[in-house]
Design a protein around this ligand. Sequence first.
Ligand SMILES: O=P(O)(O)OP(=O)(O)OP(=O)(O)OC[C@H]1O[C@@H](n2cnc3c(O)ncnc32)[C@H](O)[C@@H]1O
Ligand SMILES: [Mg+2]
Length: 197
Amino acid sequence: MKILVATSNRKKLRELMDILSPYGFELELPEETLEVEETGTTFLENAYLKARAYYQRYRLPTLAEDSGLVVPSLGGYPGIYSSRFHSIDFGGVEHGKDPDRANIKKLLRLMENVEDRRAYYYACVVLYIGDGGVFAEGRCEGAISREEKGSYGFGYDPVFIPEGYNKTMAELPPEEKNRISHRRRALTRLLEVLRWK
Ligand SMILES: O=P(O)(O)OP(=O)(O)OP(=O)(O)OC[C@H]1O[C@@H](n2cnc3c(O)ncnc32)[C@H](O)[C@@H]1O
Ligand SMILES: [Mg+2]
């Protein structure tokens, strides 16, 4: 089954493809990426906004995903703001050409004196097929380290230590991340909802 993927993040796309290709899905990138404003107040709303925007443009079954890092001791931040955390309230951090690094820098600074370092990744995936769609969510529990380590993955992976590991997500090879990630869990549930597996 051919599915359009509503994302502008190449690394996210790679992970979605690696997870879904064994199930016979052919993920296609849109000819043109759309600038979709993520104005929703939840991951689910934002995933729908992205899916719907691409569906309206291309009229193909569309998969979108909205994800982020949730840190309860920061009141849930960065949460739905994860990709642009460096630029929102309590003091921006110089963006440069590397928003992921700026986000991490800000997170570590805010957590300098925070003892409770528990955090989780969250992903909401939506398969949109016209009048509506199906969605599923997944979580990956862990904690925020005090320093960056590793170079695999993207986003907050260099400071996210998944539960049961003493390495950061960025130190785990892609196959290992894709086995335990929030993205994997959300997609597995989606396939179950679709009775695909
Ligand atoms: O909206 P699209 O175009 O799909 O791409 P995006 O990167 O903006 O994606 P999101 O809006 O869903 O924001 C997700 C952010 O959450 C963080 N994040 C999500 N999944 C992650 C993962 O597996 N590893 C590390 N950080 C992750 C990272 O900062 C992402 O930029
Ligand atoms: Mg986004």
